[in-house]
Each structure stands twice: as C-alpha cells, then as structure tokens.
Ligand binder design. Structure first.
Ligand code: P6P
Length: 354
C-alpha cells in the first residue's frame, strides 16, 4: 500500500509543491526564488500553448526583423521573449534581466520595485526549427545580484556559471517538459495540458552510465581542428578510431543531431551521450563556436553537472568561465562526463593546450 501511495504522491507532485519542498532546503529562503520559478513555469505554459498552435494561428513565418545574432526572428520568438518579460518585470524579484534576443540589459521599469535576483534567458532556442515542427526550448539562468542596491548592472549579469542559483529549460516537443536544478539534483516535470499543471515525472534525473549517442553537425567537419576531427572518429569507433593516452576504448556511438540544442541535450540527458558544437579553425567564421555562454552553455552545464555529467569548452569547465560580454560565444562539449573529459584530452593532444 505504501508503494501505491508513494507512486500516487509522485505523480501528483506539482512543480509548485516541488519548488516549495526544495525551498525548505534553504532555511533563509525568502520565497522569492520559489515565486520566480513559479513564474517561469507559467511562462512555459503560455509559450507551450502557442507552440502547439503555431501552424494554426499564423504565428509561423518570419517577423521580418533580425536579432542580435543576425538570425531571422520568428513571431514565436517575439511572443516568448515578451511573455517572459511581462511576467517578470513587475514582481519585485528581479534587479535586471537579459535575453538572447536583446543586445543589451533589460532594466526593470522604473515604476516597479527592484529585487535581488538576475534572470538571463533564451526565450526560444532552436526557433529556426519551428516551421518544420521540430522541438524547441526556453533556457533560463538565475543568479543573485552582486551589486548592493539599485537597478541591476552588467556586473550582475556577467557571472560565472559556478554562481548560478538555479537553471533550467522548458522543451516544447511531443510533450512539454520543464527540467530544472537549484543545486539539489535535476528534476523533470511534464505538462498535463488538460489541467494546465506541470507534474513531477522525472525525479532526480541522472545521465545514464552507458552513453548511446553523439550529437554534432558533421556538415562543418571541414572547419574543425585536428583534435575535434580525431575525437569524432574516436566516438564513431570505426577502423580509423584511435584513443589518446588517458581515454577509454572508442565507444562506437550512434549519431543523433536535431539542430535544436535543448532537444539534443534533453535526449542525451535521458538516453546518455554527448553533444558538441566546437570552435571552427581561426580562419573560418565561428572561431569561438556558435553557442552563447550565458544563455545556453552555462545553464545547461549546471544541469549536466547536477545530473552527473560535465560541460567543457574543450579546455576546461564551462562553469568556471568568467563571461566578458552578454553574447559571448564558446565552444561546447556537454553530456557524459567521461566522453567530455576525453574530448579535452583529444584537443590537448592534437591542438595543444592554449
Ligand atoms: P547549426 C539553434 O539555432 C542553435 O542555436 C541551437 O539550438 C542548435 O544546437 C544550433 O544552433 C544548431 O546550429 O549550425 O548546426 O544549425
């Protein structure tokens, strides 16, 4: 009977209940972080409601504008960005926000109170996939402010991932899931659309010990360094797969690449594997890779580490990088700890330690 009750209780654990339980682990918690996470869950529900209708309400197609990355802005991007801002700007929980869709900081409007947290977000990562009905996601990072008072500043935003208080993502796929960590493990919630609630479906998520997939866009092999090329052959486990000192036997993995970071990361979190978006060689156009440290790499690195994985820029831990500017790009290797550490060894062996 106890088991049944336990089973029933788990499926009835809402995200609100779970966040409150997590808060009890922080005796000095004011409840502000808890409310902030509630609001993010609400934003996820609202964005989810639009993504599933995307093909029906003419929200598809390009707005015609382009964002700071020079990418076409999809209407759903704009909706997601504005939804998060409007839910957060007046609550008195934030000192400042920053979005992957905006060049600079997003200040809290003067008429609203200033809080102690900082929210950085990628409102709809992978949005170029919306038109073809591929899963997309929202990624968020929460820091405590480091400046004493008043409107939050760039210093409050440019913090290393090691300082994260919470991080997570919402994946809008065949089901909508919210996955988050506050440093006490990784927990996944699935949206029950009929009641509009996220229920705990994946408590204490851990990266599987035996990885299955590697995820990389092999269309760019011609731009890769020798170390990344040989690492990829190593992962494939073919005749030309060679280990380097300190790495296990070539694993012989399958390739899965969706081209939507949250979807690729989420699959590897559940099934085991590694995702990487390496830097191009200097003469190519992505010498620091494509992904953003603050909006993509650092929050997912926090989740990966909390789930027993690891994230590196090919030289060292993503979480230890001190950001220099809001849209800073970094090479990213993330997922199974052993495979990411092997990547570092290939890069050091063939490309030299910078
Ligand atoms: P590529 C989507 O545009 C994104 O930012 C990530 O979600 C994804 O991992 C990556 O870019 C895909 O980039 O160059 O392989 O199309």
């Amino acid at each position: 009977m106890a088991t049944d009750t336990g089973q029933f209780a788990r499926h009835m654990t809402t995200i609100e209940r779970h966040i409150l339980d997590q808060q009890s682990a922080f005796p000095d918690a004011s409840g502000s972080l808890t409310s902030l996470l509630y609001d993010i869950a609400l934003a996820g529900k609202l964005i989810a409601s639009k993504t599933v209708q995307a093909g029906l309400v003419d929200i598809l197609g390009r707005q015609g504008a382009t964002n700071v990355q020079g990418e076409d802005v999809q209407k759903l991007d704009v909706y997601a960005d504005q939804t998060i801002f409007r839910l957060m700007d007046h609550t008195g929980r934030l000192a400042v926000m920053a979005s992957e869709e905006h060049e600079g900081l997003i200040p809290i409007p003067k008429q609203y109170p200033i809080g102690n947290y900082v929210l950085l977000f990628d409102p709809l990562d992978g949005s170029s996939n919306i038109d073809v009905n591929v899963s997309v996601g929202t990624i968020f990072s929460i820091f405590r402010r480091v400046t004493a008072k008043g409107p939050g500043t760039m210093e409050d935003c440019l913090q290393p991932g090691r300082k994260l208080v919470a991080a997570g993502y919402v994946i809008y796929g065949s089901s909508t899931m919210l996955v988050y960590t506050t440093g006490n493990g990784v927990h996944g919630f699935t949206l029950n659309r009929s009641v509009g609630e996220f229920f705990l479906s994946h408590p204490d998520m851990r990266m599987p010990s035996k990885p299955k997939y590697y995820s990389v866009n092999q269309g760019y092999e011609r731009y890769w360094s020798p170390g990344v090329l040989r690492y990829t052959r190593y992962l494939q486990g073919g005749d030309d797969a060679k280990s380097v000192p300190g790495t296990p036997q070539p694993p012989g993995l399958s390739l899965r690449y969706i081209g939507s970071l949250v979807a690729d990361f989420h699959r590897n979190l559940l099934a085991g594997g590694i995702f990487f978006y390496p830097a191009d060689r200097k003469e190519a156009d992505k010498p620091h890779g494509k992904l953003r440290l603050l909006y993509e790499a650092a929050p997912l690195a926090f989740i990966a580490e909390q789930a027993g994985g690891y994230a590196s820029d090919g030289r060292g831990n993503i979480l230890d990088l001190q950001p220099k500017e809001l849209h800073q790009r970094v090479p990213l290797f993330i997922g199974d700890k052993g495979l990411v550490q092997a990547a570092e060894k290939f890069v050091a062996h063939y490309d030299g330690v910078k």
